[in-house]
Design a protein around this ligand. Structure first.
Ligand SMILES: NC(=O)c1ccc[n+]([C@@H]2O[C@H](COP(=O)([O-])OP(=O)(O)OC[C@H]3O[C@@H](n4cnc5c(N)ncnc54)[C@H](O)[C@@H]3O)[C@@H](O)[C@H]2O)c1
Length: 414
């Protein structure tokens, strides 16, 4: 079978992550044909490093190429839905980074839309963006892969096996993604990020919880367990007066109109609940954790930090340039040194699934339905935080492949 020919869009953090993790697939399953980025110099740099033959400064150049079967979108969130739609119209399959889309207020003159626009309008427009994406994908008969790495992370895969054998009821899930703040410029503003910590970080645990409740329902031979309602609170901890006066800032504090902290409760139709925390104010390296309380078991998933390797050094320079963990402030003292952070976070497994799907025509484990439900859930949470009340969720956009995919995976996973 001929390899899948991919055009990369974007050339910074997420693009590097993907390119690094395409490496084991290149040759047999995947070819990287071209890379496009607004900053052409960075695209050229990546092309040299990863041996990519063609470079462009406009993603549209990739859509015109006959030697590109799929585009991989690693660009700021405000561009996702428009690029997905244009790619679908050009009959290219799509791999899209999280989150799928949101509200960006592009047609509004005010810069800080996060301070100016009510969350009900945001929810409606975010859902409308999702619906446009769904129509474009379905009408053009292309496939969509949602790059949510938590779904593929080996600790989550093990959790799913334990859920399967225990046959317990999932009563309570507590999941978190937090760190000391993104350094990407787009993340500071609602207009480019579509939200703050809850959307940018919380998208990971929210998707994982939605996926697990689908999977649980599926294990019982029925359909997934539907999310019924959400309630949430958001905060801006970097606006606290005493913090503002501190001379040295260890956490990112340049948020303009987005929250840097959020917590939400997800209420499912079976009566179970999940608590999500997302924060840009947490020191000590990235936290990607989830505890699942079943009626007959407890499973703690530590994607990061995990104590597989715990390393000590009396001074930071001792470990030199050796990677320890993402967003760690210092290499001094005791630290959790991740032996293979990309693997434990699910990036190579995610891209391997996408390559197989796009070559064979099957649906990915993390696909369009999950992408859409995650956006709806988080924007409902924003509305809840604004109104101070629980928000009921509308019925899902019918996208049957989600459940079918879960079964395929269950059968295939040994
Ligand atoms: N799954 C994960 O763990 C993970 C991690 C980081 C980022 N992300 C996601 O990846 C996306 C990108 O984040 P990032 O951190 O790489 O951002 P970044 O700012 O580091 O990089 C964005 C890239 O997009 C390019 N770009 C911007 N506008 C463009 C345009 N019109 N055409 C072509 N290229 C354009 C920029 O030049 C840059 O190369 C975000 O949606 C983010 O949520 C996911």
């Amino acid at each position: 079978m001929a390899p899948l020919r991919i055009g990369m869009v974007g050339a910074q953090f997420a693009a590097r992550l993907h390119l690094e993790n395409y490496c084991p697939l290149r040759g047999a399953k995947v070819e990287i044909t071209a890379v496009a980025s607004r900053t052409k110099g960075r695209a050229e740099e990546l092309a040299r490093k990863y041996n990519i033959p063609h470079v462009a400064d406009d993603y549209r150049a990739l859509l015109d190429r006959k030697d590109v079967d799929a585009v991989d979108l690693c660009v700021p969130t405000d561009l996702h839905h428009e690029l997905v739609i244009q790619a679908a119209k050009a009959k290219k399959h799509v791999i899209c980074e999280k989150p799928l889309t949101g509200y960006f207020g592009k047609d509004r003159p005010e810069d800080l839309v996060g301070l100016a626009v009510d969350r009900k309008t945001m929810l409606q427009e975010a859902v409308a963006n999702c619906e446009k994406v769904v129509r474009a994908i379905q009408q053009n008969k292309v496939q969509f892969c949602y790059a949510e790495n938590w779904i593929y992370a080996p600790p989550v895969a093990k959790l799913k096996k334990l859920m399967q054998v225990s046959k317990g009821t999932v009563l309570d899930i507590r999941a978190e993604e937090s760190h000391s703040g993104s350094h990407a410029a787009y993340s500071r503003k609602w207009k480019t990020a579509g939200g703050g910590a809850l959307l940018r970080l919380g998208a990971h645990p929210v998707s994982a919880v939605l996926h697990l409740k689908q999977y649980e329902g599926f294990l019982r031979g029925g359909k997934g367990v539907r999310l019924k309602s959400v309630s949430a609170e958001v905060g801006q901890h970097t606006r606290i007066e005493s913090f503002k006066k501190e001379p040295q800032k260890w956490i990112v504090d340049q948020w303009e109109d987005v929250e840097d902290w959020a917590t939400m409760i997800m209420n499912f139709e079976d009566g179970s609940q999940a608590v999500i925390t997302a924060s840009d104010g947490v020191l000590g390296g990235v936290r990607n954790t989830m505890t699942v309380y079943l009626s007959n078991a407890v499973v703690q998933v530590n994607i990061n930090p995990s104590d597989t390797v715990v390393a000590y050094a009396p001074a930071p320079h001792i470990f030199g340039d050796e990677y320890i963990a993402e967003k760690l402030e210092t290499k001094a003292g005791w630290n959790f040194a991740s032996p293979d952070e990309d693997w434990v976070r699910g990036y190579p497994q995610e891209l391997a699934d996408f390559a197989d799907c796009l070559l064979s025509g099957r649906e990915p484990v993390s696909g369009l339905a999950l992408a859409v439900e995650t956006v709806k859930t988080i924007y409902a949470a924003y509305l809840s935080a604004e109104q101070g009340q629980r928000i009921e969720l509308a019925e899902s956009i019918p996208l049957g492949a989600y459940c079918a995919t879960t079964t395929n995976r269950l059968v295939r996973t040994k």
